[in-house]
Design a protein around this ligand. Sequence first.
Ligand code: MN
Length: 198
Amino acid sequence: MKYTLPELTYNYEDLEPYMDAETVKLHHSVHHASYVNNANKLVSDIEEARNSGDFSKIRALSSSLSFNLSGHYLHSLFWRIMGPPSGNSEIDGEIKKQIEVNFGSVDNFFNIFNTLALTVEGSGWAVLTYDPINKDLHVSQIEKHNMLGISNHVPILALDVWEHAYYLKYKSDRKAFIEAFKNLINWEAVEKEYLNIV
Ligand code: MN
């Protein structure tokens, strides 16, 4: 089955003023789309290597698939858990309870999450993840799309801090972008991600 670029459930301009329409458009239709296209190409290249028995490029292909496919899944989550600021509700319900259990308070969670987002070296992400084995929440950095993550941890909230996510509007002020992201989180959507795996 081919990977496909998901449609957004809102318009490119709907995340204004926190995320500008041009950035969202380029981010979705160019950057995310390229990860989807690359992942599909790599899957077919790997299949070709399997059929031909020539495994000389298999390590490079596998590494590139890890990057591009992880990029596709993280971006898909990123779009799913955001929404127009006017329609977003406050954090509540099961996800709020579990955040309080694992981080002490919602404020503590944001302190850790935002600090990790701010200190990603180069391009990467901050993610809130659920560990289905240990049954608890964690926050982590991910470098690029696929480094430093913990293998069985499932991201349920993701913040992209690659420069392509904010540079047009925020220039080098990553901190202001991270603060603004709070206003775009659709907590009902995050809770849905959480309830899907608990
Ligand atoms: Mn991105």
